[in-house]
Design a binder for this molecule. Sequence first.
Ligand code: ZN
Length: 130
Amino acid sequence: MHDDKAHYAPVNPVPAGLSGRCPRCGEGKLFDGFLALKPSCTNCGLNYDFADSGDGPAVFVIMIVGFIIVGLVLFVELSFQPPIWVHLILWLPLTVVLAGGTLRPLKGLMIALQYRHQAAEGRLDKPDET
Ligand SMILES: [Zn+2]
């Protein structure tokens, strides 16, 4: 999973992940399309098979965007009491834009952190100890 790291200086996972760059070299692209991953890094050749962020990015998007949207909805409702169609026009598109805009950077960040901390599925024994 993690090949020889001696040739690569440590990459800060936050800017590399948020910008969708390779977690090992910080240069190659991580994504192929909007959320699909490339099979490997185009710069250093790191195999992205280890990358499995699961539902993690979606959970953070729900929490962060939900917090922002619900706060704004409550503020507008309590301050102006607009009709319901104003809420629909304001918050549905804003929710879609914010969720779509944050999902990819958060997925990149989670994969970069997964690589940095060598996170993987739990095992009862390590393969190289047997
Ligand atoms: Zn790379």
